[in-house]
Design a protein around this ligand. Sequence first.
Ligand code: NAD
Length: 425
Amino acid sequence: MSSTTVLRPAETSAGALDDARAQLATATRLLGYDDGLHAMLATPRRELTVAVPLRADDGSTRLFTGYRVQHNLSRGPAKGGLRYSPTVTLDEVRALAMWMTWKCALLDVPYGGAKGGVAIDPRLHSTAELERVTRRYTSEILPIIGPERDIPAPDVGTDEQTMAWIMDTYSVNSGYTVPGIVTGKPISLGGSLGRSSATSRGVVHIALAALRARSIAPSRATAAVQGFGKVGRDTARFLGDADVRVVAVSDQYGAVHAPAGLDVERLVAHVAATGSVVGFDGAGALDRDLLLELDVHLLVPAATEGVLHEGNAARVTAPVIVEGANGPTTQAADRVFADRGQLVVPDILANAGGVIVSYFEWVQANQAYWWAAHEVEARLADRMLAAWDSVLATAAAKDLSLRTAATVLAVERVAEAHRLRGLYP
Ligand code: NAD
């Protein structure tokens, strides 16, 4: 006999949404937009909350809550990741969807912004349970997704296997294979070469440009990377390849520190074997959150939102902070960093490599024509560095922070698309 357990999502935390709304408000004020246009830009076009029942391996039934938010559709289909985390809330997904809109506009990929989430801890479930959750969530949001409507991708707690299950569920319901429904797929199912490392490659292109902008030669720079998942791990690798000395990394369980520099490949092997950076014999142990306060030239938060906040900003001394994660810096921390002249490269620029190569993957899938790895990487670098140049030029011309300059550029493009299309009816 089966029992029913209801797992509630965590209490709503409006922190990330407050930050996203405040950033938009600053941009629309600088652009002189009226209240109507501001409200249009601040409000998601569609939000779907779904119940996701799971038949667990032990025969019991459990219920999770899932979300898909489409923030804006003015420039094209909605695009954004899918997150599996016990702390996912509707407000968090709203914030992440809004940032996706600005990211796609800033990098000039022809998408609006979206995000999805299921309030579930994937570490507590078998592969079979995660497959059933993914297929059920997909079938619940089926009416609003599609290669011309809304295209999910991996985010925290999801990966290429998750995307393969979404693609299969969507394709079975369509009656034919639809590779353009998701990006971040396995290569053998139409994924793009270079997609899995694209976010980290982009972070490192931007980090090197930011160090140079501060006259710090990469070969004499030290770095700390928070998070050792899909983004953090390859960021540490590629920084090492560029001669930057990565002295510390962390994950949710702890941090490791080696002032002479970490052997990142050995650390990757340790994490593959044990599931965490903790206990790595090539470095000393460090308190997880003290990583953020290390005396390094470059700090890359690549884990989650709100980690640089009022309580620790004054102790964060890195002159260059490059946001690998979405929303790692709160408004209060942003003010502290601005007052002290630290250079913060915002998420919508720094971690946009993933959505750029997702766009390339979607183009390749829709044309059934595949590009070589070197083509993907060259086009990624061109787009990232062109966006860096335009954000830097706007910041200098208007005396703005990089975050505000990037948001202004992006919001202007979305508003222009909205104006040209007009308001229906
Ligand atoms: P992931 O699930 O692969 O990895 C997350 C990592 O962060 C894990 O190592 C986890 O242990 C660690 N972590 C969680 N909380 C932590 C804490 N408090 N301190 C230290 N480490 C902590 O997720 P990901 O795909 O690497 O995403 C990380 C961030 O990058 C998220 O903000 C995500 O939205 C953003 N992002 C991801 C992509 C992508 O392509 N995957 C693209 C753009 C932005």
